[in-house]
Write a protein that binds this ligand. Structure first.
Ligand code: HEC
Length: 126
């Protein structure tokens, strides 16, 4: 019985780590950000970010916020190419649908607000 439990735990661990690579669905890729390069929208996104997101993702988007330090996986560092190489649509989908400790923000923020946040995340690009 003990043996079975151990096998089960191992398998669960494997499944969990396989899911760590979070990929948005293909259909999200081409969704267009109507606020792209709109500075006012970016400023609005900045304000929301400093209220809602920095605790985990860090003030400068490095994934080093105080509430994120104990999380597995860690909040993403937005300056990395892995994040910035995704399209606005993919990041919007992730922000909307969430995963684990990253909550699905489609319930609390409207579409405009979510695009404004995506604009702001782009400012962390190196
Ligand atoms: C409670 C901590 C927490 C808060 C608050 C939070 N996030 Fe996250 N976020 C995470 C974690 C953890 C991940 C990584 C999830 C994973 O890969 O399993 C993540 C991932 C993301 C991703 C996907 C990055 C990628 O390339 O995979 C985006 C986009 C994102 N967060 C945006 C935001 C925005 C915008 C806010 C504020 C509205 C926010 N997050 C608030 C914890 C948080």
């Amino acid at each position: 019985m003990k043996f079975l439990t151990i096998i089960c735990l191992l398998l669960c661990g494997l499944l969990a780590s396989a899911q760590d690579n979070w990929v948005a669905p293909e259909s999200a890729k081409e969704v267009v950000n109507v606020y792209s390069e709109n500075d006012i929208a970016t400023q609005k996104g900045a304000k929301m970010y400093q209220k809602l997101c920095w605790t985990c993702h860090g003030k400068t988007g490095q994934g080093d916020g105080p509430a994120g330090s104990g999380l597995k996986p860690k909040p993403r560092n937005f300056s990395l190419a892995e994040v910035q190489d995704q399209s606005d649509g993919e990041l919007f989908w992730k922000l909307s649908n969430g995963k684990g400790m990253m909550l699905p923000y489609k319930h609390s923020l409207n579409e405009d607000q979510r695009w404004q946040l995506i604009n702001f995340i782009r400012t962390f690009k190196k």
